[in-house]
Design a protein around this ligand. Sequence first.
Ligand code: GLY
Length: 431
Amino acid sequence: MKVLVIGSGGRDHAIAWTFARSPRVKQVLVAHGNAGIAQTAGCVPLKTIEEMVDFAERERVDLTFVGPEKPLSSGIVDLFQSRGLNIIGPSRQASRLESSKCDAKVMLRELGIPVPEFAVFSEAGPARQYVRQVGYPVVVKADGLAAGKGSLVCSTVEEAEQAVHEIMEQRVFGDAGARVDIEKRLFGRELSFFCFTDGYSIVPMVAAQDYKRARDGDEGKNTGGMGSYSPHPWLDDGLVGTIMTRVAEPLIRGVRDRYGLLYRGILYLGLMLVEEGAEIVPYVLEINIRLGDPEAQVILPRLETDLVDICEAVLAGRLQEVRPVWDPRYRLCLIATSGPVKGKKGWYKGYPDRYRIGAPIEGLERIDPGCLVFHSGTGRDGDGRWLTTGGRVLCIVSAGDTLAEAREIAYGEMEKISFDGLYYRRDIGKE
Ligand code: GLY
């Protein structure tokens, strides 16, 4: 079987690696990939979804799996399906669950799914007025796609007003900031929960802890994710049941029966678990229509069932027959980013702010083969030497019988990597 993976980040590297492990897969191709992914799969320089569908047809690709949200929101699934090609992911319309934070929150509320108190604004004046009057800390979210950086977590009214200004008036996230979702900031424990679904049946995966803030102790700006681990310490069968009955099932059933959207593929629930009396309430902070980055890097290495079999069941609408098997051992992912560094024209603050690229990366060949290295932003120079090409550069994924063991291994291996400006959080997996 020939599989095409769409994407070019660490998550997409992990997806390609997972398919490459399948005895049913002869060839894995990635559009467009990166220099690190090229060690695992054949990278093809396709840019548009039209180029991708032409390629898949011409090369007789049997299965396409989409990593990032952008091609999904642009309608890649609709396009492939219109040409009779097998592809995993939701349609363009169903992708609104991620591509519009505002519409998604309204739908969730209408479906009776727990969400923080929120309001939607398309003008800065009323938004500013709202954050002055609510009397609690808020999170201001750009409506559209912003590479995981569009949620500004605010502690004071001044910060909230500044967030409204940056998103709606300065348009720091471009047109994604034409509307905002302003929601009550909840305090609890975040959990990234993933399911496979064929639009009727829903099969939960294992969950992961993501670390979204740039600095230790959950300080600093929101990023796409600075590290992760799985299993999640809070997730037992009881909590899985609660999340399925209170969120995943009413959501998939509701978007289908009430809004006419058959949601197929991966469902990613960004949840805040809040203890209310004797129960834990899973509030939905965000819905994503794909695997997380860096959650996929710790979840997929734990998947013992062939991902091809699961994808086929999704496509055939017989997911109820599938019971995925997971390795119980811990995986921990530590992301190396392009951090603060001095350039010719002054300081670069580093990811998620402006960062410098082109720094030579040393030490990759010394990483223990028991760990996985997935690449997000790497390239090679004419002599084959590794260079940084992005804000998130690469990650190390370790395995351990305990979280502490996995943590010790990942941090030990990361010490072997060096490049100018290398920055990583020191508290991933530190409970
Ligand atoms: N790790 C967060 C995301 O993938 O959106």
